[in-house]
Design a protein around this ligand. Structure first.
Ligand code: ADP
Ligand code: ASP
Ligand code: MG
Length: 472
């Protein structure tokens, strides 16, 4: 008997048809004698709507958040009415929906009165999406004679109080999953857990960051000692690039944890960047599969990094970033300037995506998201005020409208000629590379290019990845 954790994304629970597929997939796994933990996202688009309702409430637009509540009611009722029959099960879930939506209205009323939303109250509102979807998915499963029960993940997944992007408390989470969740499996229950959300030790709801349900899935898989984690989504697996950028994208039959980690970190939306963290040490295999095409085996993600003959397996891109350059002749040999710059950047709440330094030591540059670049610049200028006044540092230069394009594949460094092919390809396509960096794991190379070149860069590098993947 195996324990399998299955996470279903927003599109996978986004319509009555999709939820029927989910129920079939879980029902089949249970019928085969497996113990199944289900983790669900909010129905597609719901998290965005909830964030919108917070904004409406803070702006004093009562009609705006009430109409959001009504839309959510209609959408969730539709699923329940189509997929269950009148009776206690249906009555209970409709009642649950009503309770949650009235709490939504109350919280929005509070924001409306105060005129602003704290991160804490925002998290409580944003979490309604998963709290609603988990209840309806469990009800539809019960209708299909699966012994399912919905749970708010916060009772197991304990986090700190960094609302909006909380970090799990590993020991406490493991303890609760082992003591309170695993026994439910022993009783033959299929828990349907909310993805994306946790709670502080005193029960305040927190969220793990956008797209965080994948991370939730991995946390539950790791601490329940699952034999497998399956991320069910709306594409056949991890692909050579985002199929929305290039329709020729193909599914990779397998990829390593490290490779997929780099892909996710550098913008591939298919997985949250933190997903591999919890399962990596335990070596739990993960599959990415398609809820709408369950016959397809998907992509197997494990420790094994099978090399392909072109080395390059996938290409990804991050938009809306800026390149920050610190330069000055007086920097040569002065220790600590880079370290202080990065600390100042972190203090401004800006994550660094990549760093590059020219060998002259007269400058170094790094990439941060646009939304934080102004704060980062101000913070660095304050930190290096003395050096700037002495003209050891010329100043902090910000280049906006750039993108980071990353090629991923194990063996990037050990294989001669890969970098050469990549640069020849970029050269042949007239792409001017502004900065380059190699990932710490040595299985990726990232390039900063002008925003206007992004399509051309991705498409031309994707040709190299496609060469290595057989057509199915
Ligand atoms: P879910 O709601 O199931 O979590 P997401 O929308 O978050 O789904 O992620 C799936 C989407 O990720 C796909 O529809 C696809 O457009 C996008 N995507 C981006 N890069 C890749 C990639 N390399 N492989 C597969 N999908 C990708
Ligand atoms: N519902 C959340 C979001 O849209 C989490 C997730 O879907 O993974 O960001
Ligand atoms: Mg997602």
């Amino acid at each position: 008997m195996q324990t399998i954790t299955m996470k279903f994304g927003g599109t996978s629970v986004g319509s009555p048809e999709a939820i029927s597929n989910v129920v079939n997939i879980v029902g089949e796994a249970v019928a085969q004698g497996n113990r199944v933990i289900v983790v669900v996202s909010a129905m597609s688009g719901v998290t965005d709507q909830l964030i919108g309702s917070v904004r409406e409430a803070a702006a004093g637009n009562r009609w705006g958040y009430l109409s959001c509540s009504q839309k959510l009611r209609d959408r969730h009722h539709e699923v329940v009415n189509l997929l269950t029959v009148p009776g206690k099960n249906r009555g209970d879930v409709l009642n649950d929906i009503e309770i949650l939506l009235s709490q939504h209205t109350e919280l929005c009323n509070a924001i409306n009165i105060l005129g602003e939303a704290t991160p804490r109250i925002s998290d409580s509102i944003v979490a309604f999406g998963e709290r609603l979807s988990s209840r309806i998915v469990a009800a539809v499963m019960r209708h299909a004679r699966i012994n399912a029960r919905a749970f708010d993940a916060g009772q197991f997944l304990v986090t700190d109080d960094r609302f909006g992007s909380a970090t799990p408390n590993w020991e406490e989470t493991e303890r609760r999953i082992q003591n309170a969740l695993v026994p439910l499996l022993d009783q033959g229950i299929v828990p349907v857990l909310t993805g994306f959300i946790g709670a502080t030790p005193d029960g305040q709801i927190t969220t793990l960051g956008r797209g965080g349900s994948d991370y939730s899935g991995a946390i539950f898989a790791a601490y329940s000692n699952s034999d497998e984690l399956i991320i069910w989504t709306d594409v056949d697996g991890v692909m050579t690039t985002d199929p929305r950028i290039d329709r020729r994208a193909r599914v990779l039959p397998n990829i390593s944890y490290t490779e997929v980690g780099e892909l996710a970190f550098y913008g591939a939306k298919v997985l949250h960047p933190k997903t591999v963290q919890p399962i990596l040490n335990k070596g739990i295999p993960m599959r990415v599969r398609n809820t709408f095409n369950p016959k397809h085996p998907g992509t197997l993600i494990s420790e094994v990094a099978e090399p392909t003959h072109t080395v390059i397996k996938a290409v990804t891109a991050v938009r809306n970033v800026s390149l920050v350059t610190v330069q000055g002749k007086g920097m040569i040999g002065v220790p600590g300037i880079a370290g202080r710059t990065f600390l100042a950047t972190a203090r401004a709440g800006a994550n660094i995506l990549m760093i590059s330094q020219a060998s002259s030591e007269q400058n170094f540059c790094f990439v941060v998201m646009n939304e934080r670049v102004e704060q980062a610049k101000a913070s660095i200028e304050e930190e290096l005020a003395k050096e700037i006044a002495r003209q050891d540092v010329d100043g902090i230069d910000v280049m906006q409208k750039v993108s980071v394009v990353t090629v991923v594949g194990a063996g990037m460094r050990g294989t001669p000629g890969v970098a050469g092919r990549v640069f020849t390809t970029l050269g042949n396509n007239d792409v001017n590379v502004i900065a380059i960096a190699q990932g710490a794991s040595e299985c990726s190379i990232s390039f900063v290019v002008d925003e206007t070149n992004i399509e051309r860069t991705v498409l031309s590098l994707h040709d190299l990845a496609l060469e290595a993947v057989p057509v199915h």
